[in-house]
Design a protein around this ligand. Structure first.
Ligand code: IPM
Ligand code: MG
Length: 357
C-alpha cells in the first residue's frame, strides 16, 4: 500500500512523525506499506504559492491512502481565501471525493476526569459522528462578498449557498446506516428542517432510506437540540449522521466530552474506501515546535487507515490497544495531564506507544 504523507503546518510534522514511527514498527513486523511525502497548506503556499500544489495532488491521487497532520497558522491568515491553507484541505477532500467523514468520540476510562462534564455523564461514551464532507454550504455556489443596495444603504453583503442533491444525501446515509448496523443499531440524523429547505430534503431522503434498514432504529433531531443534548445526556447517541456544516460544529463539541480533541482521529472515505486520515484537531500554532503536542489522535488515525483502507483490522486493534495501554500506564501529554499521572512530550508519548506495541 502506498501512503501519501502530508505533515502540514504547526504541530503537524511532530505528530505525524510519531504516527509514522508506529507504522514503521508494524512494517518491520510484515506490514506492506510505503510512504511518500508532499506539501499541503501553509508550507505549500510558502514553497509554491499554492496550498494544494499539482505535485501533491498527483501523489494523493496515486496513493492508496493519505495520512495528514494539520494545516494553517497565523502566518497565512491574511492571505486571500484561495491561498489560505484551509483551502488546500478543502480542495484535497473535494478532489479525492472523500465524502464520508467518520469522527469517533470515545471516552477512555482513564480520562474521565479530563472531560469538562461530570464523570457519570460521560463514562462509557462511544459516539460515531458521520459527517458529510464534500457538499453543503462549504462548497455550494453561488457564494461571495459584494456591494449591494440594502435597507441600510449601499454596503457589502456576504452570502453562501446550502445545497445538497438527493444522491449526496443518500450516499452518506448509506455509510451511516451501515455503520449503525455494525454498532448498536441506532442512528440519529441531525438537521434543521423547521427552517431550511435543504435539510428538509435531507430528512425526507434519510427517512425514505430507513425502509432498507429495518434493523436500524432511526431518529431525527434538530441541530440546536442536538447541541444541547450532547452536553446534557451524550450517551443517548450512538451513530449520528449530519451535513458538512453541522457535522463540523457537533464533532468539535463531541470531542470535548472526551477530555481532549487531541485524542480524536478521523477517517474521510470515498466510495471505494480510499481514505484521508487526519486528527480531528488543528495545527495548534501556539504549541508548535515545542514537542508537547498530543500525537495520539494521529496515531489513532493511522489505526483507522489500517482498518478502512488496508482492511487490516488486527493491526488497527493492535495500535488502539497500545494507546489504551499507555493511558493505563499513566502517560499524559499536557492536554490530558492531571496530578498523579506522568507528563510526557510528543516523542516520549510515541516511545510509550511503541513500547506498548
Ligand atoms: C475540520 C476543520 C476544517 C473544516 C477547516 C480547517 C477547514 O475545522 O476538519 O473540522 O471546517 O472542515
Ligand atoms: Mg472543524
Amino acid at each position: 500500500m502506498k501512503v501519501c504523507v502530508l505533515a502540514g503546518d504547526g504541530i503537524g510534522p511532530e505528530i505525524t512523525a510519531e504516527a509514522l514511527r508506529v507504522l514503521e514498527a508494524l512494517r518491520s513486523d510484515g506490514l506492506k506499506i510505503e510512504f511518500e511525502h508532499a506539501l499541503l497548506g501553509g508550507g505549500a503556499v510558502d514553497a509554491t504559492g499554492d496550498p494544494y500544489p499539482e505535485a501533491t495532488s498527483k501523489l494523493a491521487r496515486e496513493a492508496d491512502a493519505i495520512l495528514l497532520g494539520a494545516v494553517g497558522g497565523p502566518k497565512w491568515d491574511t492571505l486571500p481565501r484561495e491561498q489560505r491553507p484551509e483551502r488546500g484541505l478543502l480542495r484535497i477532500r473535494a478532489e479525492l471525493g472523500v465524502f464520508a467523514n467518520l469522527r469517533p468520540a470515545i471516552l477512555y476510562p482513564e480520562l474521565a476526569n479530563a472531560s469538562s462534564l461530570k464523570p457519570e455523564i460521560v463514562s462509557g461514551l462511544d459516539i460515531l459522528i458521520v459527517r458529510e464532507l464534500t457538499g453543503d454550504i462549504y462548497f455550494g455556489q453561488p457564494r461571495g462578498i459584494e456591494v449591494r443596495d440594502t435597507p441600510w444603504g449601499e454596503q457589502r453583503v456576504g452570502w453562501n449557498t446550502m445545497i445538497y442533491a438527493e444522491e449526496e444525501i443518500r450516499r452518506i446515509g448509506r455509510v451511516a446506516f451501515e455503520a449503525a448496523r455494525k454498532r448498536s443499531k441506532r442512528l440519529c440524523s441531525v438537521d434543521k428542517m423547521n427552517v431550511l429547505e435543504c435539510t428538509q430534503l435531507w430528512r425526507e431522503v434519510i427517512t425514505d432510506m430507513a425502509k432498507d434498514y429495518p434493523d436500524v432504529e432511526l431518529s431525527h433531531m434538530l441541530v440546536d437540540n442536538a447541541a444541547m443534548q450532547l452536553v446534557k445526556a451524550p450517551k443517548q447517541f450512538d451513530v449520528v449522521v449530519t451535513g458538512n456544516m453541522f457535522g463540523d460544529i457537533l464533532s468539535d463539541e463531541a470531542s470535548m466530552l472526551t477530555g481532549s480533541i487531541g485524542m480524536l482521529p478521523s477517517a474521510s472515505l470515498d466510495a471505494n474506501n480510499k481514505g484521508l486520515y487526519e486528527p480531528s484537531h488543528g495545527s495548534a500554532p501556539d504549541i508548535a515546535g515545542k514537542g508537547v503536542a498530543n500525537p495520539l489522535a494521529t496515531i489513532l488515525s493511522a489505526a483507522m487507515m489500517l482498518r478502512y483502507s488496508f482492511g487490516d483490522e488486527a493491526s488497527a486493534v493492535r495500535i488502539e490497544n497500545a494507546v489504551r495501554k499507555v493511558l493505563a500506564q499513566g502517560y499524559r501529554t499536557g492536554d490530558i495531564f492531571e496530578p498523579g499521572t506522568t507528563r510526557v512530550g510528543t516523542k516520549q508519548m510515541g516511545d510509550a506507544v511503541l513500547a506498548a506495541l
